[in-house]
Design a protein around this ligand. Structure first.
Ligand code: F6P
Length: 479
């Protein structure tokens, strides 16, 4: 157990990354830039209203900083050494858990030294959170990098209400069971009072894992934790809370003159293609970028799409570049893009515009508005917020969304054209259908998409999660 801080916070968010990236400027002083991620946008309003602190890594190795305040939220940096970054972040988080939890699309690597680093760093995050939380506070832990934090934190601070949200898929037992440290991970998560997942299927996978790997009893979505005498100690609930975006803000951004004009300009710069297809992803093997480009190349080859009248813009933002599978994917994608442009391009026109870059939200909104067809054909994805952003941007009720069945978004977005991204022929048919969609059908579909996205935004997501979490009876503690 650890001491309750005198001036602790009522709400503490714990995530691998802080909502800002921190680095040392040329003068040796720390400077920060806001990270544009969904989680930051999601939690900003909640944090603004609460007396809140955010515990996370600033994004640079070996940087030790004192807590500082941004927009009324206390940011508490956790230091990761270069070795921690290599073993805990790039290694165990992104080369073991990430591929394992995404249906082993890439082979997960199991290394005991990485696991040791994961345990060590999770403990550091738990201690940092314990030092910030007021008595009886709510602590909300985020994602697969920090699955051991709930139990470590409960040990340190039994007075806290602890929630955990899992942003990526939770795999079926048969895959999860490959993990040599599977039991420790399940026990880590069960330290929470509430475990949120993107889809009902993820929550069901987790409950099945609990049933098979522990002696605990489960009833529906509720796991009963007992003490050494078999007496009920507490309950843990596992349930789906699909995450969303700040839909109204995105809709408003896409309606601005600047964005509308930029959308027209983008089409013009691309030579006013008859059909503009768009893919926007982190350059990650789960996103199905290779499959998508292959399908597109075949459509050009078959003459079902005209190379001179069609453009595919593929934004692939750089990600996790020190992990081998990501470097390999980049080579494969760039080879494929080069081949297609070499075979089907003309002077002044490349059928694939490949952009290995990140862009500000305004430019993304303009790209969404410019695109006739949005391709979100991930092989596996916890949710996929790009699909929701596309719908939020399209207040003109035009455009079409081709969406992979194995994304969390597919459970919600009934107006999308669903595809199995492994089925190249099926994907070719879906892309052709979307590219020539009757405008009335397009409007009908887009209205359905927008109803869902605008009706369930990220504020609703965090509100619903925190309402269930704070309904957990306060634990009497003698800390
Ligand atoms: O989707 C999971 C996630 O961890 C997001 O929270 C994050 O925006 C994205 O992957 C990129 O992660 P990283 O922190 O590894 O760059």
């Amino acid at each position: 157990m650890s001491a309750v801080p005198k001036d602790g916070y009522d709400l503490v968010v714990v995530a691998n990354r802080l909502p800002v990236d921190v680095s040392l400027g040329e003068d040796g002083e720390p400077t920060w830039t806001r990270s544009p991620g969904g989680l930051v946008t999601a939690l900003a309003p909640v944090m603004a209203q609460a007396d809140g602190a955010w515990v996370g890594w600033g994004g640079s190795p070996d940087l030790t900083l004192d807590p500082f305040e941004v927009d009324g939220t206390q940011l508490v940096p956790v230091t990761l050494s270069a070795d921690d970054v290599e073993r805990y972040y790039e290694g165990f988080s992104n080369d073991t858990l990430w591929p394992l939890y995404h249906d082993v699309i890439a082979p997960p690597a199991f290394h005991r030294q990485w696991w040791e680093a994961y345990r060590r760093v999770n403990r550091r995050f738990a201690e940092a959170a314990a030092a910030q939380a007021a008595r009886g506070a709510t602590v909300w832990v985020h994602d697969y990098q920090l699955q051991l934090v709930p139990a470590l934190l409960r040990e340190l601070r039994p007075d806290l209400r602890i929630g955990y949200f899992h942003h990526i898929p939770f795999p079926p037992l048969e895959i999860f069971a490959q993990l040599p440290w599977r039991k420790a991970v399940v026990e880590g998560l069960l330290g929470a009072d509430l475990i949120g997942f993107q889809r009902g299927g993820d929550a069901a996978n987790f409950v099945r894992v609990v049933r098979r790997l522990t002696d605990l009893t489960t009833r529906g979505q509720v796991v009963t934790i007992t003490d050494e005498h078999g007496r009920t100690e507490r309950h843990v609930r596992a349930a789906a809370f699909p995450i969303s975006i700040d839909s109204a803000a995105f809709d408003a951004l896409a309606r601005t003159d600047a964005v509308q004009e930029r959308a027209v300009e983008i089409r013009h710069e691309l030579g006013n293609p008859t059909i503009l297809l768009l893919g926007v992803d982190r350059l990650d093997y789960t996103k199905g970028i290779r499959h998508r480009i292959k399908a597109y190349g075949e459509l050009l080859q078959d003459g079902r799409l005209s190379p001179s009248e069609t453009t595919l813009v593929q934004v692939a933002s750089p990600s996790r570049e020190n992990v081998g599978a990501y470097a390999q994917l980049r080579d494969e994608v760039e080879l494929l893009v080069g081949r297609i442009n070499g075979d089907f391009g003309q002077v002044g026109h490349a059928p694939v515009q490949y952009l290995h870059q990140s862009f500000p939200m305004e430019e993304m909104a303009a790209l969404y508005l410019a695109a006739d067809v949005m391709l979100v054909t991930a092989l596996r994805d916890g949710m996929n917020l790009v699909a929701k952003e596309y719908a939020a941007a399209r207040s003109d009720d035009r455009g079409a969304l081709v969406l992979g069945e194995f994304t969390g978004a597919a459970d919600e977005l009934a107006g999308a054209i669903l595809v199995n991204p492994h089925d190249i022929d099926g994907m070719k048919d879906a892309i052709t259908y979307a590219a020539h969609l009757d405008p009335r059908e397009a409007r009908k579909r887009m209205r359905r998409l927008r109803r869902r996205v605008l009706g369930h935004d990220v504020n609703a997501w965090s509100r619903e999660f925190l309402a269930v979490l704070t309904a957990v009876p306060q634990r009497d503690s003698h800390v």
